[in-house]
Ligand binder design. Sequence first.
Ligand SMILES: NC(=O)c1ccc[n+]([C@@H]2O[C@H](COP(=O)([O-])OP(=O)(O)OC[C@H]3O[C@@H](n4cnc5c(N)ncnc54)[C@H](OP(=O)(O)O)[C@@H]3O)[C@@H](O)[C@H]2O)c1
Length: 375
Amino acid sequence: MPRPLLCLCLAACAAAAGAERPIVSRPGLRRPILVAKADAPPASPIVGKAELASSIINLVKAIVGAGVLSLPVGIAKFSGSRTAIVPACVIMLVVTTLCALLGATPRRVAVTGAGGQTGQHAFRKLLAKTGEFAPLGIVRSEESRAALLESGVPEEAVVVADVTDAAAIAAVMKGCDALIIGTSAKPAPIGTDEETGRPIFAFPNGQPEQVDWLGQKAQIDAAKACGPDTHVVICSSMGGTDPSNMLNALGRESLPDGSTKGGNILLWKRKAEKYLIDSGLPYTVVHPGGLLNEPGSKREIVIGVDDERDVGERSIPREDVAEVLVQALVIPAYRGRSFDIRSKLEGEGEVTTDFAALLEGLGDRNCDYSLGEIA
Ligand SMILES: NC(=O)c1ccc[n+]([C@@H]2O[C@H](COP(=O)([O-])OP(=O)(O)OC[C@H]3O[C@@H](n4cnc5c(N)ncnc54)[C@H](OP(=O)(O)O)[C@@H]3O)[C@@H](O)[C@H]2O)c1
């Protein structure tokens, strides 16, 4: 093929490839640009306008790209010297690489509980992967947002929404490609049982039924509205196969008629997990053991299902859990999986660095939801 023609073909291919990419967000802008994904019907006129704007931007990119990429063709055509092929190829390589880098669309990942502990680790890990991810941290209160901004998180990367408000969570999640659920009802001691001397717990900021069931359901529904390929990753908890697990008793009141009210956190979490699995969305459910505030990347992670425990501890650092939540978004094999994670003690075994191999250790096993109870 004559040189000018070859260059022109390459230029056209590169420009066309750039034109197909939808713009989802641009880190650095004060307000994110939200665009519906190709497979999701526009949810509102605002999204429709954004789609039109993105088509126009893509068209301009294609025209400019084709023009710039034609430069080498010009050099090759109008120079009589054979050595003109060298600058022509260099220009082509540089421009094509720039186009690929600038045109790459970071995945917009909503992270709820981004002001909490594990959720915040996951959020910060995604923030550090500039270019690959454009995370949106979702927090419950203005105080949590202010604390994140104070620590240097960009203003446009954090929004306030209560997950028990389905409309609010759906509004802030519009245009997201994936979701990490890091929310949870939080037990707090409110006194001491006079008979047993044990602390009595309550859920001052929302019972598990509200936060772990209805709040997670609202998040999963909002993810579904973003499109059928919106990957949802839940940070849940081990213990779900045993309805008598002591965590279910926290905040549970016995009523005079013998019935109970409140509590049952693991049963409500399990209900939300099953709802996600049945939703048809790509999912990953991670059940960590007891969470530790210790540095991550220092232990061997142990993976399993259904609360089994042959080797290793019951516990795992929050940072390691957050890494698994992030890797679930990166490694396709994590889709459609529900599993437990714990860790060995620091210094025992080999520090986990290969997260694809970690999952391979599980074979084709997944948590069995016919075990235990679902609220
Ligand atoms: N603690 C353990 O040992 C243990 C063991 C295994 C599994 N887990 C599970 O692992 C997960 C992470 O635990 P963690 O201790 O790292 O989390 P955490 O620090 O308790 O964070 C939970 C987050 O959820 C947010 N949240 C609660 N209700 C909300 C609402 N209505 N709307 C929006 N956000 C809301 C909280 O916001 P505020 O801070 O504003 O309240 C907080 O940021 C949880 O599901 C937990 O149950 C815990």
